[in-house]
Design a binder for this molecule. Structure first.
Ligand code: HEC
Length: 121
């Protein structure tokens, strides 16, 4: 039963994560900030520089969203890292913890504190 629910959530998330070309719905940046403060700031830091209080104890340092490499990533790239996590890294996936709205909102919040710069490498 539980695995069936998980399977459905996965299917829904995959469908949602693939860009449809449709316009993104409006996101709530306050919600994004709240999610970030609750779950992400301890590693990624207030300004997203990867210098949160827990960062020092990690072998793989948290991503610095202010780096050009990170700013060049699309919203879809960021979102899939948030949903699925990254291999061999303390950055686990959040698909089972956060709602789709939370993930959308926190991605937008990251892009607020570290704006997208497509021309960078
Ligand atoms: C336990 C510490 C930790 C927590 C908590 C954490 N992250 Fe991460 N995050 C990392 C690490 C470490 C990396 C870099 C992994 C790598 O380079 O392999 C990362 C990478 C990322 C990336 C990829 C960025 C890029 O430029 O590739 C995104 C996006 C991200 N985190 C978002 C979030 C969000 C949103 C939250 C909160 C819901 C969060 N993280 C919570 C440790 C954490």
């Amino acid at each position: 039963m539980k695995s069936r629910i998980m399977l459905w959530s996965l299917i829904l998330l995959i469908g949602w994560a693939i860009p449809s070309g449709a316009q993104e719905p409006q996101v709530d940046l306050f919600q994004g900030e709240a999610v970030y403060q609750a779950h992400c700031v301890r590693c990624h830091g207030v300004q997203g520089k990867g210098d949160g209080p827990d960062a020092a104890s990690l072998i793989v340092p948290p991503a610095n969203f202010q780096r050009m490499e990170s700013r060049a990533k699309s919203e879809t790239d960021l979102r899939s890292a948030i949903i699925w996590g990254l291999a061999f890294s303390p950055m686990h996936g959040w698909w089972d913890t956060l709602s789709i709205e939370d993930i959308r909102a926190v991605t937008a919040y990251i892009r607020r504190i570290a704006p997208y710069e497509p021309s960078s490498p």
